[in-house]
Write a protein that binds this ligand. Structure first.
Ligand code: NAD
Length: 511
């Protein structure tokens, strides 16, 4: 283990307070007695107050008023707000990243990457504000025009998970704002300061551009605040990111009131490593995807399905890389693996490793805990590799920790079937230099996931594509491509300029 020193509690709390204040957070206003332990040292950063479910009603009411004013503002003018927000994020990139590192335990480079992703989606949304295109279709009738128009939808409720405490909200909010919607955000209860900082920066942009009040609001609270948002009939679109368990509770409730829902839930992502794979590139791709964010990304690689001709060599290479992983304080230069979010997360990891062993697997490396003596309430886990010969129950579930199951395959058909034989359908990869295999993996009878990559790991998506997955991942798509259509309502218009009334399908209704 490399030497690493856990900073003192006051030091980290001061760092958090300074970063939050620089973004414009009123620390006194949010102070309370709900604990905010940092995964870095297990000590509180700045205990906060939580809103109750009643505040949700008021927030949605205010958001509806804001929406009524905002929806008639021209979309490119709405884009100017998002442009300014992106500029403020650029100025405060390291402040927001510091808060992400402190609240989530992300290493500095990944925390900065998360803020960059927010800046990128702002750029994308600004461009989009001039491209909310509808189609014109050919009408079957003489002198008629058939077309569609996209209109603002309403209040967008955003519920986000701890592991992307800022970017997920930004994906939703930047797009929702240019689409003419207002936003009410219920961030993860674990990340109130990051949420406060992001909201304060957007507030500043809103004040500068004199937009309607309450266009974007944040509600720091627990699952009950989330539940109130889910059930509120005033929320036109509910975008929820988190566990499949949460999605199972949320989806039917929104459907019951005929609201629109966008679910971004758990993943259990695999890479197939084919005989022709470049093993250097593959090893680097696997290690980043499997241990980045300490295995706590929805797109984290959790399974490797390697051809029998390469599996032993591959396991040797990744095990060697795992033994050298710099695990430690995420703010320290050189650290690649920070802490797990909590003791519960570490216990879940241990339970899964135990179950894997009982189900016939062999733990090759990792699973232990580091820095326990210095920080008994922080959980620095050694990422683990487990060799299995088939996908047992524990392999098929998402354990939100750095455990990589490696298993062999003989034929590509078998490997694709294994890739697809889990309840989740978020991300997938194949490492191959055989074009036919790559094409097959991307084809209709290939991977069944929302993200299908070739010669790159399962994590680290760019914002330009639509992000999301199938099956228990929830089916939602956010971020780039045409995901904006989720945030607008479509009107189909038929215009008759013929001077006569002709009916479609040749219907004769002469009176
Ligand atoms: P979580 O499900 O515990 O919590 C997510 C959010 O949902 C929190 O804000 C929480 O307060 C809220 N919530 C919980 N129960 C609720 C309910 N019944 N009604 C309304 N709101 C409720 O998830 P987590 O531990 O914060 O995050 C980890 C999980 O999120 C993993 O499963 C991961 O794969 C998933 N995730 C998915 C994506 C994606 O885009 N697909 C992205 C990030 C994380």
């Amino acid at each position: 283990a490399r030497p690493t020193t856990i900073p003192r509690a006051e030091e980290l709390a001061a760092l958090a307070r300074t970063a939050a204040q620089r973004c414009g957070v009123d620390l006194a206003a949010i102070a309370g007695d709900v604990r905010t332990p940092s995964p870095v040292n297990g000590e509180d950063l700045h205990p906060v107050t939580w809103v109750d479910a009643k505040s949700v009603d008021l927030a949605v009411e205010r958001a509806q008023e804001a929406f009524l004013a905002w929806r008639t503002v021209p979309a490119p003018v709405r884009g100017a707000l998002v442009k300014r927000f992106g500029e403020l994020l650029t100025t405060h990139k390291s402040d927001v990243a510091t808060l992400i590192s402190l609240e989530v335990g992300k290493i500095t480079s990944e925390a900065l990457g998360e803020v960059q992703e927010m800046i990128d989606i702002c750029d994308f949304a600004v461009g989009l504000s001039r491209q909310l295109y509808g189609r014109t279709m050919t009408s079957e009738r003489y002198n008629h025009r058939l077309m569609e128009t996209w209109h603002p939808l309403g209040v967008v409720g955003v519920i986000s998970a701890f592991n992307f405490p800022a970017a997920v909200w930004a994906w939703n909010t930047a797009i929702a704002l240019v689409c003419g919607d207002s936003v009410v955000w219920k961030p993860s209860e674990i990340t109130p300061l990051t949420a406060g900082a992001c909201a304060a920066l957007l507030d500043r942009a809103m004040t500068e551009l004199d937009t309607p009040a309450y266009l974007s609001q944040v509600l720091i609270g627990g699952a009950d605040a989330g539940q109130a948002l889910v059930g509120h009939p005033g929320v036109a679109l509910l975008s929820a990111t988190g566990s499949t368990r949460m999605g199972r509770a949320v989806g039917p409730r929104v459907a019951d009131r005929f609201g629109r829902v966008l679910l971004e839930l758990g993943g259990n992502n695999a890479a197939i490593v084919a005989p022709t794979a470049d093993l250097d590139l593959t090893t680097r791709g696997i290690v980043f995807s499997a241990v980045g964010t300490a295995g706590q990304r929805c797109t984290t690689m959790r399974r490797v399905i390697a051809h029998t001709s390469v599996v032993d060599q591959l396991v040797e290479r990744i095990s060697e890389a795992y033994r050298r992983l710099p695990i430690g304080v995420p703010l320290e230069a050189g650290t690649l693996v920070g802490p797990l979010i909590s003791g519960t997360a570490y216990r879940n990891m241990r339970d899964a490793l135990e179950a894997a062993a009982q189900q016939g697997g062999t733990v090759l490396v990792g699973g232990g805990r580091r820095l326990e003596d210095q920080a008994p309430n922080a959980y620095y886990a050694e990422p683990a590799i487990v060799r299995v010969d088939r996908q047992t129950a524990v392999v098929r579930q998402e354990t939100f920790a750095p455990i990589l199951y490696v298993m062999p395959y003989e034929s590509l058909d078998e490997a694709i079937a294994m890739n697809n034989a889990v309840p989740q359908g978020l991300s997938s990869s194949i490492f191959t230099n055989d074009q036919r295999e790559a094409e097959r993996f991307m084809s209709a009878d290939g991977s069944d996931c929302g993200i299908v990559n070739i010669n790159i790991g399962t994590s680290g998506a760019e914002i330009g594509g639509a992000f999301g997955g199938e099956k228990e991942t929830g089916g939602g798509r956010e971020s780039g491509s045409d995901a904006w259509k989720n945030y607008m309502r479509r009107a189909t218009n038929t215009v008759n300029y013929s001077g006569e009334l002709s009916l479609a399908q040749g219907v004769d209704f002469t009176i």
